[in-house]
Design a protein around this ligand. Sequence first.
Ligand code: NAP
Ligand code: GLV
Length: 318
Amino acid sequence: MKILFYSPHSDDAPAWIASLTRKLHGADVRLWTPGDVAPADYAIVWRPPAELLAPPRGLRAVFVLGAGVDALLAHERRSPGMLPPDVPLVRLEDTGMAEQMAEYAVHAALRYMRRFDEYELAQRQSAGDAPWRALEPHPRESFHVGVLGLGALGAHVAKTLAALGLPVRGYSRTPKAIAAVATFAGQGEFDAFLGGLKLLINLLPSTPETDSILNARTFSHLEPQAYLVNLARGAHLVERDLIDALNAGRLAAATLDVFTQEPLPADHPFWRMPRVTITPHISALTLREPAVEQIARKIEALVRGETISGIVDRLRGY
Ligand code: NAP
Ligand code: GLV
């Protein structure tokens, strides 16, 4: 079995290749380099160039080293035919990302509920003379949290927040039942999901239907002085609307892990907005060993002729 590996940001490709070779019992795994047009059965990639995937290499499946496939599908739209239509595109399902997302979301929710962001701001803006003053925390029972997306990551985040005793709602395309989480599905239930939320957390995939979903209209349905946490993709957010909502006091603060342009340019206004917290796309990193384990098990299943989960519906976009 021949396997191509490619990840432009990974400086530990040898470790990935060694792990894949071990888990696939001696498969021939090679690092793709420009000009390599030799046949391969599977490709394991992150943001590959078109020539890596283009037929007639004979690929039986393409595994993406992440949960989101929006960049690859956008690349295919720019270079039609890059992804052979009959070759399954398979994404990572959790592989340790759900726990990381839950840690991030719990940190953000408690930081805002207990108003630690305001103490941090007061300390940063003072010269040792920050007011010694207690702020009343937001009452837990009315700190309504909404999670957009109830897939591998969003469902775990929603359950973890609910286990803290927070009132949690979740929103998905198709109906879901999750203990202790009030669930809403489809556009018809979107406004009811949003109504009165104090904290909105985004974990949707970026698709033509979901891009720009974090906009002025959405913000207008939240509780006044609500909080936003975007952990999914920059394309979900209408940046101008967030800036206006923060300046107008419609939203109290935002935590952003993802941006339309990454790295976020040095002159971007978000860097200078005291109520915007920025992290560099780290809310859930791809962990090598769980990812290799999942991909190896799926390749073995495909070799046995079995069906696997995690195949992207390219029309739906996730
Ligand atoms: P997933 O398992 O595919 O779940 C996607 C969820 O979104 C599903 O519940 C789906 O509904 C829902 N959804 C999709 N389109 C919708 C629509 N039009 N309206 C309402 N709900 C919709 O994806 P995941 O593994 O949880 O990952 C989610 C995203 O997180 C990824 O696509 C990626 O962009 C992002 N991510 C970010 C990082 C980071 O470090 N910042 C890391 C990993 C992933 P159904 O259940 O009804 O299909
Ligand atoms: C990271 O953003 C991923 O989609 O896994």
